[in-house]
Design a protein around this ligand. Structure first.
Ligand SMILES: *Cc1c(COP(=O)(O)O)cnc(C)c1O
Length: 515
């Protein structure tokens, strides 16, 4: 080792970085340009993927040329990935990622700001603050709200959940834990359609999942507020302590928006913490003409909100955002003053706002996209996504091969129904068969590579589900989908019946199709 410069295995001469970076960006550009011509997924077996990776090889003893390593990784990823940026990727709630976000992540990693403390990341901390405020502004939430970016909706909800716990139980809960008899539980209220984050949060926070009161939903999959009130009253009468109600703005299955206005009023009346899980749908509050806009605007009344920039802000994974109306609830919940940190107490140190310590610069990709699109750009993209989901709903509604089930925000659910079963869907063995058939259709659609859907289960009915959080999806994709799915449906139906799995013969009973 010379005294002037070390020879370190990972140090890269600037000229080499420049060359490799340009090559990589060129290959990424070609990849993005060719997305729509590729299958949505290669649908390969695990064996094939592992063999492409040479999964069993040991840790290399000697290093290799960076250009080989990168070029190999690029090829592997481009050839063996599910492409959620594909225009016909409509599964789950996973958005296409804005290209500027990829550049943002590269830039963030190059600077490597540690956004745990202001001193370590002065400009990055201020950018995150501005980003959080802009997200709040976009959905009409209080601009004096405190918030931070986390890995996703689960973590964002969890942060808000813990903030509610300390706000309502006092900061002593952090040292004493929840030491009360089960007969005097702290209880939490959420609709039966709430995402599974709430079970993890109840468990991890020490409440236990028994503390969750699952409130039934109405036909539109929205929380029944009368049932909520009755449950709260019953629990109080039994000596429990209700403290938190979770309303969902855009449920994961059908995009349903709970009656947030009424839930907020009930929470105020009874001094309960009102949290909104808007991981998917909260940003629709920015759309003046959106269906259910009054409830979306009631997000402004919430004590805390979780919203996912890696969903409807189209940021590359991972980034979720937790917002709490009064920032001190975050520091009350998370701040410690360890002797080994000498951070200025008058500046914002994100270590004090959440569970993480070292933190990456997640804000940059979001901040860049918010500026590139502006509010108007986002309003148009979100409205277009909703319009496309509605178009699909209308397409399947007028198509006798399908039953249109739900449309809310940018999620449409429907199912394939063979012609001879249209008038028999109330018969129990036909219901069972249709569930089986549509599961098979879903598997085959996903494996086709031509489009990607996921599913919902609505009152026991297995539904195909398209969720458009994808700025590359166009009307033509929505118009092509019914014929494509129906063709697969017909094949599935023929195969299932040929294998003896079809429904029994008609019982001859008249049964009306229900809508
Ligand atoms: C996606 C989603 C979550 C979970 O968010 P992640 O980013 O996947 O952790 C929670 N709630 C709702 C309503 C969601 O749509």
């Amino acid at each position: 080792m010379s005294a002037a410069a070390r020879d370190a295995a990972l140090d890269m001469p600037p000229e080499e970085f420049r060359r490799l970076g340009h090559d990589l960006v060129d290959r990424i550009s070609d990849f993005l340009a060719s997305l729509q011509d590729k299958p949505v997924t290669p649908a390969e077996s695990g064996e094939l993927v592992r063999s492409a990776l040479k999964a069993d090889r040991g840790l290399p003893e000697e290093g290799r040329d960076a250009s080989d390593v990168l070029s190999n990784a690029t090829t592997l990823l481009f050839e063996h990935s599910l492409l959620n940026g594909h225009p016909r990727f409509l599964g789950y709630i996973t958005s296409s990622a804005a290209p500027i976000g990829a550049l943002g992540d590269l830039l963030a990693a190059a600077v490597n700001a540690n956004v745990g403390a202001w001193t370590l990341a002065p400009i990055a901390t201020e950018i995150e603050k501005q980003t959080v405020r802009w997200i709040a502004e976009l959905m009409g939430y209080s601009e004096s709200a405190g918030g931070l970016l986390v890995s996703g909706g689960n973590m964002a909800n969890f942060v808000c959940f813990l903030a509610a716990r300390t706000a309502k139980m006092g900061t002593s809960v952090r040292t004493h834990g929840i030491n009360r008899e089960p007969a005097q539980r702290f209880t939490v209220y959420a609709s039966a359609e709430t995402h599974t984050w709430i079970q993890k949060a109840a468990d991890l926070s020490g409440l236990g999942t028994d503390a969750i009161r699952w409130i039934p939903v109405d036909r539109q999959q929205r929380m029944d507020v009368d049932a909520l009130r009755r449950q709260i009253e019953a629990d109080s009468a039994e000596g429990h302590t209700p403290f938190l109600v979770v309303g969902t703005a855009g449920s994961v299955s059908t995009g349903a928006v709970d009656p947030l206005r009424a839930i907020g009023e009930l929470c105020r009346e009874r001094d309960l913490w009102f949290h909104v899980d808007g991981a998917y749908g909260a940003l629709a509050a920015a759309l003046p003409g959106a269906a259910g806009i009054d409830d979306l605007q009631a997000i402004a009344e919430a004590d805390s909100v979780a919203v996912d920039p890696h969903k409807w802000l189209y940021a590359p994974l991972e980034v979720g955002c937790a917002l709490v109306r009064r920032p001190e609830h975050l520091s009350d919940t998370f701040a410690y003053r360890p002797p080994y940190y000498h951070f200025d107490a008058d500046t914002l140190n994100y270590v004090d706002y959440g569970p993480q310590n070292s933190r990456g610069f997640r804000a940059l990709k979001v901040w860049l996209a918010l500026q590139e699109a502006g509010r108007s750009g986002y309003v148009r993209m979100l409205s277009d996504d909703i319009g496309l989901a509605r178009r699909l709903y209308e397409n399947v509604q007028r198509d006798p091969r399908f039953e249109a089930l739900t449309h809310s925000l940018s999620i449409t659910t429907f199912r394939y129904i063979p012609g001879d079963l249209v008038d028999r869907i109330e018969e129990p063995d036909v219901q069972t068969y249709l569930n089986r058939l549509n599961q098979d259709v879903l598997t085959r659609v996903e494996q086709s590579g031509a489009a990607f859907l996921s599913n919902a289960v609505i009152n026991g009915t297995f539904a195909l589900r398209a969720c458009v959080v994808n700025f590359r999806t166009a009307a033509a994709d929505m118009d092509a989908l019914p014929d494509f799915v129906a063709a697969i449906g017909q094949q599935s139906d023929e195969r299932l019946r040929a294998s003896g799995s079809g429904p029994g013969p008609s019982t001859g009973r008249e049964s009306r199709r229900s809508y």
